[in-house]
Design a protein around this ligand. Structure first.
Ligand code: GLY
Length: 318
């Protein structure tokens, strides 16, 4: 069996490309890197890679991570600027015994020495979003933070190897140097070929409070189906946060186990996922939260898919 599951509709083209490798017996590391690069390269996704929205100083600072579930190797970069594919830099770092997580200038120096492609990641469209948001904050006293649609993936190849990876520009208008859950092992991602892999999207500050990707992998290791593991972990963390702090940020998770079974859970409306397995063509599902805390999903309609792209590519009215 092989398969990939990813957060958000934006990942479907990526997992389609990744699945081409997996169906030929390709490696889960190559497939997940290929898939995430596809999302990083697409200029109309506002929260990952090229076209990602900037911090409050109008700089695009990117976070990414990669984990190999066979060796438990981890590589991560945080607050890196001006490189095209942070996930590839993270994967390259995963081969290092030490210094495998680098931030800001240190990450950029490593990427430069390794010959990774440099790119100005701040697009004109992202600048327009920034100007619009600055105006809105002044006029309507809106909170600057919003938008945290990290791409996170879990992957299984025919050899049984599992991987997890993430890539994000983090919160729009974040403070310079702010890092969320995405490059943090156990919070934004975790992979263990003996138990399964999981990844998160949502408010990093709250996802990190539950080390939630690790928690889901742990629950799968105890025998839970990925669906039950995702629901259990998300509902528990959501309840704990509400009890102790009066509110919970957005928490959305995906997972796959060693058999290619998968699961999803969220505490928000409007979450979508992209899935492909040996027996399922690349498919986008819209996730519904039921009153009892369970999550169900339905295939996105053609109309929804069309509308999604139109909205992403619509002109920005400043
Ligand atoms: N989940 C992405 C972030 O908070 O940066």
């Amino acid at each position: 069996m092989w398969g990939m599951i990813a957060t958000w509709r934006m990942a479907v083209e990526g997992i389609t490309k990744g699945s081409e490798l997996l169906k030929e017996g390709g490696d889960a590391g190559d497939a997940i890197e290929t898939a995430i690069r596809e999302v990083e390269d697409f200029p109309y996704y506002k929260s990952v890679g090229y076209g990602g929205l900037p911090n409050e100083e109008m700089e695009v600072e990117l976070d990414a991570a990669y984990m190999d579930g066979n060796t438990l190797d981890i590589g991560a970069v945080a607050a890196i600027k001006d490189f095209a594919n942070p996930v590839s830099i993270a994967r390259s770092l995963s081969h290092e015994k030490v210094n495998c997580m680098l931030v800001a200038e240190g990450a950029e120096k490593f990427a430069h020495k390794q010959g990774f492609e440099r790119k100005n990641m701040l697009t004109d469209r992202a600048k327009a979003h920034y100007r619009k948001r600055v105006k809105e904050i002044k006029q309507q006293e809106l909170k600057p933070y919003s938008g945290h649609d990290t791409v996170g993936m879990a992957c299984l190849d025919v050899s049984g190897k599992m991987t997890a990876a993430t890539s994000t520009s983090g919160l729009f208008m974040k403070k310079k140097g702010r890092v969320g859950d995405s490059p943090i092992t156990g919070s934004g991602f975790y992979a263990d070929s003996k138990r399964g892999a999981a990844s998160a999207t949502g408010l990093g500050e709250d996802l990190m409070k539950g080390c939630i990707s690790y928690e889901i992998v742990r629950l799968m290791g105890e025998g839970m189906h990925p669906q039950e593991a995702c629901e259990t972990a998300v509902n528990r963390l959501d309840a704990e946060l509400r009890e102790r702090r009066g509110e919970a940020g957005d928490l959305s998770l995906i997972a796959m186990n060693t058999k290619g079974e998968w699961g999803v859970a969220t505490n928000i409306d409007g979450f979508s996922i992209a899935v492909v397995t040996e027996t399922l063509e690349p498919t986008v599902y819209l996730v519904n939260r039921e009153a009892d805390g369970r999550c169900t999903y339905e295939k996105a309609s053609d109309e929804w898919m069309e509308n999604y792209m139109k909205t992403r590519m619509a002109p920005i009215e400043e």
